[in-house]
Design a protein around this ligand. Structure first.
Ligand SMILES: Nc1ncnc2c1ncn2[C@@H]1O[C@H](COP(=O)(O)OP(=O)(O)O)[C@@H](O)[C@H]1O
Ligand SMILES: [Mg+2]
Length: 398
């Protein structure tokens, strides 16, 4: 229901019962906490304008208003009642996703956006080491995500002499054990049963050593085990690993679903891997539009072209023009070397460091750790309980 309100109208007060959520259509609304009884003073949390929404926290969590909302100007607002809110979310996964991402951001300790109260039970204290999380994703299956996760992970270790852990976020058909030639004992499937995930616990059987100076955490061994992996689990896992490792490199699968979005949201850097052909260009463009809608910071996204063969591929310049972005790296097509290594259970960059593909991957790793570029601020503290609430309320899976 759209309503017009004049400047100065108090829409709700801190402590009121939460019975609706609001979308600003025009005008401005001030969100303020701890005002005096007469409405003066207090701490301003945000000024919201057209397209912004507020009041969702109380509706989702069924808790009293955590702040007061006052119209700063004459404003037109869409008021969505609690009962309609459930339907809106259930029928519009796109809107639900956008709201989830916004709420996750609001839960971060950013004073400007701290509309939401602090989570009552932070799953994990602030990481001590704050290693860099790099997610590699592609919507085109077989683009070479796992090949890059393993070989770039190895190079990151070599270049920095730091500690690197790979995580198999390809939850149904994870290939890391095959590429790294290790049969895992414990995987994310068993981890989902644990009540309190800590780095100490991960060190007791979940983190596997390899012959290639990188460690890894394995996805479930069977596809039907994947649905026990919640976004909360991925969150706490990655945040725990970054306390001990300088780099956490995460393999992801080819769908923009909640687990993958969670990993991308947590990542300091995202490599989108594409092959140089028209369908992959189309997918990359759609992927970029989606992450833009979700307001992922542009600077954390890097497009890398893999399997480039000058004899048949779409020209790199043409790809860059069409996507309006520069390729961060171009990796050559090198089927014989790469498949030979996979079949022998060794990494290309270990067995054939002079191979042209291995050299380009090493270059890519060096480019990633360039001073000042490697460790963006952690994007991942807090937010755990809200994703959980969303999943339960709107049946969004995970
Ligand atoms: N640069 C490359 N040149 C040739 N083949 C490649 C290259 N990168 C990966 N491959 C091959 O492509 C296939 C898919 O690679 P993989 O890393 O498993 O992709 P994804 O994880 O995206 O499904 C594998 O057979 C791999 O050997
Ligand atoms: Mg893979």
């Amino acid at each position: 229901m759209a309503v017009k309100q004049t400047a100065g109208t108090v829409l709700f007060k801190q402590g009121d019962e939460s019975n609706a959520f609001y979308i600003v259509q025009s005008g401005k609304v001030r969100i303020v906490q701890n005002t005096n009884p007469d409405g003066s003073g207090g701490r301003e949390l945000a000024v919201l304008k057209d397209g912004d929404f507020f009041g969702e926290m109380g509706v989702i969590e069924d808790s009293p208003r955590s702040a007061t909302a006052i119209c700063l100007e004459d404003s037109q607002l869409l008021v969505v009642k609690r009962s309609d809110f459930d339907n809106l979310m259930a029928l519009n996964p796109g809107i639900a996703m956008k709201i989830m991402v916004t709420i996750t951001r609001r839960y971060k300790p950013d004073p400007g956006m701290a509309v939401a109260p602090q989570p009552q039970q932070p799953v994990q204290a602030k990481p001590q080491r704050e290693g860099t999380v790099i997610a590699i994703n592609s919507i085109t299956g077989g683009a070479g995500v796992t090949t890059l996760v393993c070989n770039m992970g190895y190079e990151l270790q070599k270049v920095t002499n730091g500690r690197v852990c790979l995580v198999d976020g390809s939850t149904q058909f994870g290939d890391l054990p095959v590429f790294l030639d290790v049969i895992p004992k414990l995987t994310l499937f068993q981890l989902a049963e644990e009540t309190d995930v800590t780095i100490d616990m991960l060190n007791k059987g979940y983190i596997h050593k390899t012959n290639f100076a990188v460690d890894f955490v394995a996805a479930p061994m069977k596809p039907e085990q994947a649905d026990v992996i919640t976004t909360d689990l991925l969150r706490v896992l990655i945040n725990s690993l970054r306390t001990e490792y300088d780099f956490v490199v995460v393999d992801t699968y080819s769908l923009m679903q909640e687990p993958v979005l969670t990993i991308l949201e947590l990542a300091d850097q995202i490599i989108y891997l594409m092959t140089p052909d028209i369908p992959a260009m189309k997918n990359c463009r759609l992927w970029m539009e989606l992450v833009k809608q979700l307001e992922f910071p542009e600077e954390k996204i890097k497009v890398v072209i893999n399997k480039y063969d000058p004899r048949g591929s779409v020209d790199v310049k043409a790809i860059e023009e069409k996507l309006a972005t520069k390729a961060f790296a171009v990796l050559p097509y090198d089927y014989n070397s790469v498949v030979d290594c996979i079949n022998k259970g060794v990494l290309l960059n270990v067995a054939k460091p002079k191979d042209p593909l291995a050299e380009r991957i090493a270059e890519l790793a060096r480019k990633i750790v360039k001073p000042g570029e490697a460790t963006a601020a952690a994007t991942s503290t807090g937010g755990d309980s809200i994703w959980g609430s969303f999943r339960k309320r709107f049946g969004l899976g995970g």
